[in-house]
Design a protein around this ligand. Structure first.
Ligand code: CUA
Length: 319
């Protein structure tokens, strides 16, 4: 990891070059205009100073000059706006097929879980040259996941899921910080991101035989007896969940809501908030019974469920 004074952290993601280019351009423009303005102030102050025999005069219209110094900043700021918007949209849109990893912030550590169930604390192992999508949330207060070498930062907020994606370019170790003051030991909420070659990463990932989030989620689903209401059959009182992820769900009051991570979480904690159309509001709240990590497991399981008809077809006895 890099130590000592550095003007810029190492550039180790596909975003880094673009963010640095924008940053240097902004700095360049600011330096240029600061120097220009200060130089002109000094030159004009000397040149047009009040002297015996020459009094100050009021200068009238200078239409062309005024248009010029209105148009130039307008073009410059619009250009910066468009350039940074393109970067922002790119950073906010994880590509399809990105490797998904979940991260939970908690006073004062980062808890990471990979798609095969492997867990780590204050460390994040990722492969180089592949898009990685983090789903971030917090167990307590607002934290912020910050990797300067990748030029990415995203808040981890209790009760919400935020995503952050990047593609690391170079194997190595990089600083991981919490960039939001979150209590006494905020400054200790640090760690490292280890970028590995793909083969090394596969080896590292395969070295553990832990339950996948889907398996853990399935167990919780059974443990909390969710199936008794959510499975199709005579006792069904709630929607079957298979194939719902990513679709629009119609609510009792006619609104539509996207069936995503946040909706699943809200429905577990506060089931009455958005009740699906055609079902009675009978579900009890599981507030305080499910930790943020268990919630992520449950979500992974629900995401993995195939649509109901598809499962019936799969389970149908072969003729
Ligand atoms: Cu967590 Cu600062």
């Amino acid at each position: 990891m890099e130590r000592g004074f550095q003007l810029f952290p190492k550039a180790a993601s596909t975003f880094a070059f673009h963010v640095d280019a924008l940053y240097l351009t902004l700095t360049g423009i600011s330096v240029f205009f600061s120097l220009l303005i200060f130089t002109l102030i000094i030159v004009f102050a000397i040149r047009y100073r009040r002297r015996p025999g020459r009094e100050a005069v009021q200068v009238g219209d200078a239409f062309a000059l005024e248009m010029f110094w209105t148009a130039v900043p307008t073009v410059l700021t619009l250009g910066i706006f468009i350039w940074s918007s393109v970067l922002f949209i790119d950073q906010s849109t994880p590509p399809n097929g990105a490797r998904e990893i979940s991260v939970v912030g908690q006073q004062w550590m980062w808890k990471v879980q990979h798609s095969n169930g492997r867990r780590e604390i204050n460390e994040l192992h990722v492969p180089a040259g592949q898009a990685v999508k983090l789903t971030l949330t917090s167990q307590d207060v607002i934290h912020s996941f910050y990797v300067p070498a990748f030029r990415v930062k995203q808040d981890a907020i209790p009760g919400q899921y935020r995503t952050l994606w990047f593609q690391a370019t170079e194997p190595g170790e990089y600083h991981l910080f919490c960039a939001e003051y979150c209590g006494t030991n905020h400054s200790h909420m640090i760690g490292r991101v280890v970028v590995m070659k793909d083969v090394d990463y596969q080896g590292w990932l395969g070295g553990a035989s832990e339950r996948t989030p889907e398996e853990a989620g399935k167990e919780l689903f059974t443990q909390f007896d969710c199936a008794s209401c959510h499975e199709s059959g005579q006792r069904q009182r709630c929607p079957t969940l298979g194939g719902l992820y990513g679709t629009q769900v119609e609510l009792e009051d006619g609104r539509k809501v996207l069936f995503d991570e946040s909706y699943i979480r809200e429905s577990v904690i506060d089931p009455a908030a958005k009740v699906a159309k055609g079902f009675p509001p009978v579900m009890p709240s599981f507030r305080g019974q499910v930790s943020e990590e268990q919630m992520l497991d449950l979500i992974a399981y629900i995401k993995s469920l195939a649509p109901a008809q598809q499962r019936e077809l799969l389970n149908r006895p072969k003729p």
